[in-house]
Ligand binder design. Structure first.
Ligand SMILES: Nc1ncnc2c1ncn2[C@@H]1O[C@H](COP(=O)(O)OP(=O)(O)OP(=O)(O)O)[C@@H](O)[C@H]1O
Ligand SMILES: O=P(O)(O)OC[C@@]1(O)O[C@H](CO)[C@@H](O)[C@@H]1O
Length: 309
């Protein structure tokens, strides 16, 4: 089973405007609200790919029904540890004129040491060596940056594979624990290894350095520039496809879903990479954090050109 862990879920409020006017009244063209948070988004895309997962993590009880009802409507199993407080609402401003998305992500609820410990104990009782765990997203107040590293060490103790998608110090500390796979974007990678993010050779070298440390799969995304996949045996590159963009939010999560699907189903590195890119590309064609369509993912997969490096 695949478990996605979201420690700080979010309602994504997407506001589409023409152009942001600082200090003025901005009027929206349209808005939408999606159930989000990185791990939850991964589970949403896994469902579309036809594979079950369990959405776990921590959920604020005040507006928990918005999340739980939505996941139930998609037939996605959820098993969150509930804490008091409200899940955050993250604002995503889509500017049509500039074709940009600006994220304003809130902090979220506060988690006590005891609550975190109870969640970890419960979560560890669920998983065994047949499982794959996706750890992704930012941390709510009260949880230290060491959490992903700690969880990776505990999960490795149970021979559970982990895919990590985090940023800043939680990524740095997570990588020190050597997860099975990681999916940084180039900026997150730059926080791990000193790279020239415009230079593919520099990105590949950073990927290889991480493989040499013991991580088995390193998927580096670079928005519309495409992505690089470095494993012990292969190095692949693919350019981004020119597609109409609705919202880039969640493209990385869709990519992680493709990667998790591929690893869970024993696909080759080449197939995993192709599927991951197709999922990310299909996601940017949907509004907000709406789930991409499986037919579109298949169609894009057939158009992706993967180059071995
Ligand atoms: N503008 C775009 N045009 C085409 N493909 C894109 C675009 N943005 C993203 N993608 C696809 O999605 C993948 C993941 O995107 P990106 O590198 O932005 O992830 P990310 O920074 O982790 O995103 P997020 O944190 O918002 O989920 C890219 O490698 C690419 O395949
Ligand atoms: O604040 P974090 O946890 O880093 O990111 C949260 C978030 O931006 O990530 C998802 C897109 O990847 C959204 O659904 C959500 O709002």
């Amino acid at each position: 089973m695949i478990y996605t862990v979201t420690l700080n879920p979010a309602i994504d409020k997407t506001v589409v405007i023409d152009e942001y006017q600082r200090g003025k009244v901005n009027r929206s063209i349209n808005t939408r609200k999606d159930v989000g948070g990185k791990g939850i988004n991964v589970s949403k895309v896994l469902k579309v790919l036809g594979i079950d997962s369990v959405c776990t993590g921590i959920l604020g009880n005040e507006n928990s029904n918005f999340f739980l009802n939505y996941l139930e409507s998609l037939n996605i199993k959820s098993d969150f540890y509930l804490v008091s407080g409200e899940n955050r609402t993250n604002i995503k401003i889509v500017e049509k004129k500039h074709r940009t998305v600006t994220d304003i992500n809130d902090k979220g609820f506060i988690v006590t040491h005891e609550e975190l410990k109870k969640f970890i104990d419960y979560f560890l009782s669920l998983v065994d060596e047949r499982d794959l765990v996706v750890l992704s997203g930012s941390l709510p107040e009260g949880i230290k940056d060491s959490i992903y590293g700690d969880l990776i060490n505990l999960l490795k103790g149970k021979s559970v594979k982990v895919i990590l998608d985090a940023d800043n110090n939680s990524l740095i500390e997570g990588v020190e624990a050597i997860p099975y796979a990681i999916k940084p974007n180039v900026y997150e990678l730059k926080g791990l290894v000193d790279i020239d993010e415009k230079n593919i050779g520099s990105i590949v070298k950073a990927g290889r350095d991480l493989i040499n440390k013991g991580i088995e799969k390193v998927l580096i995304s670079s928005g519309r520039e495409g992505a690089v996949y470095v494993t012990a045996k292969n190095i692949y590159f693919s350019e981004g496809l020119e597609v109409p963009i609705e919202s880039t939010v969640g493209a990385g999560d869709a990519m992680v879903a493709g990667m998790a699907y591929g690893i869970e189903n024993g696909l080759s590195d080449y197939e995993v990479f192709k599927l991951a890119i197709a999922c990310g590309t299909a996601k940017v064609m949907t509004a907000g954090t709406e789930i991409p369509d499986i037919e579109r993912i298949k169609e894009i997969t057939s158009k992706i050109i993967v180059k071995p490096l």
